[in-house]
Design a binder for this molecule. Structure first.
Ligand code: GLC
Length: 561
């Protein structure tokens, strides 16, 4: 098939008619701003860097961008610790830079979703500073979760909860008079105190924040830790399974995940978004044990999408993938929502490495040089290309994480002194954390920092092997991962696969995923034995296919000859 070499500005990829609910079928590209493109030259990516590269994303063929946090923040958790929700952090630029970005994106038919972090703020947020300066029981403290400690002198934390990043979830403060005082809850780093969502003032403040960004033109929000805002009454003790993922998604009835009260918050936000024109959407980051539980976040009057982490966490196994696809295409439509699909993001081991791991690796733990089950990079990339070709053929909306279109692997050999994820520090290096999927991406093979930054600086070191993975090298190579993604995204749009329906095809064996979506037939061979293909025209292949035989770990898209 022929690909558009240049794409005209202004021709929208996603359906832009009012009420068309563009997010139902959209391909949404996650930008992790600090690692995407650095226009200022300080080694950290920024908003002008994103604006400069919008045409690359247009050519790739995405409908929308989700921007990980760019709001003002001390960057203790890479921006997920917000100190001012209504400003841009100077590291990333200014509010006018954001306005320029949104205008330039919209001019190209690309929508923008902003990250919203409502579970916690930074400890540098003015509210938390006021809380520290105020007395126990004051209205200032009531915006966060302060409690007296246990023990004779309150020297023990109020309960046994652990932080997602390791270590206790409580920190004791020193009261303004210098005495040891109350404790505050932080499900994440000590620098990320949890808001108390039973306080109406917190609701009011977040309505204001939503309006601030909606008024500036954002098309929606990705809601961080959307399952965590409400804590169980009385904050009962709870010990998670140490082998479960960091977001604790493996178990039901966790007193800080998935409490019934959170849904009321999203019903309220749903109404607020509906006051705005142009189909604005909410997407839940909610790590829950089952697809059915996650579907509760996207009931008709709540959010519009939820990340399908069950799909992301499914191993490279045909039967398991068939099951999770079936469950997703049952559970989400049952509540009137589209399914989403996702394989990578800034919190998980990149799928070009993850799919070849040979040992358990709980979410958030990351991999380093001495982790068990080291992935074979060749196998990992091969599987990643095959997996992406399956994902992008599924009906619904798909999320792509920056760099996966280049086939980037997890960076395993990052020096300890370069690592910055709070997980690494809070576990004394026992868990590597998430830096390996956050390394700045390569644009030009021969430029300093592979074109990430004009000065050659990069906040995390880029591996030498990335020269050959740079976007300019791949753009010129029809066999590259970038060319594969472009072909898949163009065909997905042409054949309207996002809006299609899936029909499984029998007769290919247990290790094969075979389905039809509209006039496209997708066959993925996850087994070792070669598979004979039907006579058809090839739209795309994740690896070269010759003689009508589909080799192992390969996906093809076919159409009737
Ligand atoms: C979400 C983010 C993650 C962050 C955490 C705390 O899981 O995706 O990066 O560390 O929330 O905000």
């Amino acid at each position: 098939m022929t690909l558009p070499e240049t794409v005209l500005p202004g021709d929208s990829l996603a359906d832009s008619r009012p009420g068309a609910q563009w997010w139902r079928t959209a391909v949404i590209y996650q930008i992790y701003p600090r690692s995407f493109a650095d226009a200022s030259g300080d080694g950290v990516g920024d908003l002008p860097g994103v604006t400069e590269h919008l045409d690359d994303l247009r050519t790739l063929g995405v409908d929308a961008i989700w921007l990980s946090p760019f709001q003002r923040s001390p960057q203790k958790d890479a921006g997920y610790d917000v100190s001012d929700y209504c400003d841009v952090d100077p590291l990333f630029g200014t509010l006018p830079d954001f306005d320029d970005l949104i205008e330039a994106a919209h001019a190209r038919g690309i929508r923008i979703i902003a990250d919203l972090v409502p579970n916690h703020s930074s400890d540098q947020h003015v509210w938390f500073q006021q809380a520290l300066a105020a007395a126990p029981g004051s209205p200032e403290r009531a915006r966060y979760i302060f409690r007296d400690g246990k023990g004779a002198d309150g020297e023990l934390p109020p309960n046994n909860w652990d932080s997602v990043f390791g270590g206790p979830a409580w920190t004791r403060v020193v009261e303004p008079d210098g005495t040891p005082g109350q404790w505050y809850l932080h499900l994440f780093d000590t620098s990320q105190p949890d808001f108390d969502w039973s306080n109406p003032e917190v609701h009011e403040e977040f309505r204001r924040i939503l309006r601030f960004w909606l008024d500036r033109g954002v098309d929606g929000f990705r809601v961080d830790v959307a399952h965590g805002l409400v804590k169980a009454e009385g904050l009962p003790d709870y010990s998670p399974d140490p082998e479960s993922g960091s977001m604790g998604g493996d178990e039901a009835n966790v007193p800080y995940w998935g409490q019934e009260g959170v849904h009321e918050i999203y019903r309220d936000w749903n109404k607020l978004l509906a006051e705005y024109d142009g189909d604005r959407a909410l997407c839940a980051e909610a790590w829950l044990p089952t697809v059915d539980m996650t579907a509760l976040w996207v009931r008709p009057d709540e959010m519009h999408q939820a990340f399908n982490f069950a799909y992301l966490e499914t191993e490279w196994d045909a039967a398991a993938l068939r099951d999770v696809v079936d469950e997703s295409l049952r559970a989400y439509p049952a509540v009137g929502a589209p399914s989403t699909w996702v394989l990578s993001n800034h919190d998980v081991v990149r799928h070009a490495s993850r799919l070849a791991l040979t040992a358990e690796n709980p979410q958030g733990h990351g991999i380093g040089p001495d982790s068990p089950g080291q992935p074979d990079p060749v196998l990992g990339l091969r599987r990643a290309r095959a997996a992406s070709a399956v994902m992008l053929a599924l009906p619904g909306s798909a999320y792509i994480y920056q760099g996966e279109e280049l086939g980037l692997p997890e960076v395993i050999h990052l020096p300890g002194e370069a690592r910055q994820d709070p997980t690494w520090f809070r576990t004394d290096g026992e868990r590597y954390g998430r830096d390996g999927c956050r390394v700045p991406i390569p644009w030009h093979a021969t430029a300093p920092a592979y074109g990430f930054s004009p000065t050659g600086q990069s906040w995390l070191p880029q591996p030498e092997e990335w020269e050959s993975l740079a976007r300019d090298v791949q753009a010129a190579d029809p066999a590259s991962t970038l060319s594969l993604y472009r072909t898949l995204l163009a065909a997905r749009r042409e054949h309207r696969l996002g809006a299609g329906t899936l029909e499984w095809l029998d007769g290919y064996g247990d290790d094969v995923l075979a389905f039809r979506n509209g006039d496209v037939t997708v066959i993925a061979n996850l087994g070792e034995a070669p598979v004979e293909l039907p006579t058809a025209d090839l739209i795309a292949a994740s690896e070269p296919v010759t003689g009508g035989i589909l080799p192992t770990d390969t996906t093809v898209w076919l159409r009737p000859a």
